[in-house]
Design a protein around this ligand. Structure first.
Ligand code: SF4
Ligand code: SF4
Length: 72
């Protein structure tokens, strides 16, 4: 999977694979559908489509499973 480089100032959701339970709550909140479920893990498949709205973060009930961070 190719991931296009993003500006250093852009923030995107970062998912901790060890903590994510695969509940899909975050993906359901993503209007651009750039954050999707893949193999029971939330994955940002289209970082360039992410608007950094942060809607996907507060809906997660697992502390630390998803947080905003610099796109890399
Ligand atoms: S920050 Fe917004 S656009 Fe980006 S993945 Fe989360 S819900 Fe989707
Ligand atoms: S809401 Fe949290 S636990 Fe659920 S899929 Fe997203 S990151 Fe994983």
């Amino acid at each position: 999977m190719d991931i296009a480089p993003s500006p250093a100032t852009k923030t995107v959701p970062l998912v901790d694979a060890d903590l994510c339970t695969g509940c899909a709550a975050c993906a359901d909140e993503c209007d651009p559908a750039c954050l999707v479920m893949d193999g029971g893990l939330a994955v940002l498949i289209e970082p360039e489509a992410c608007t950094s709205c942060e809607d996907c973060v507060p809906v997660c009930e697992v502390e630390g499973a998803i947080k905003m961070g610099a796109a890399s």
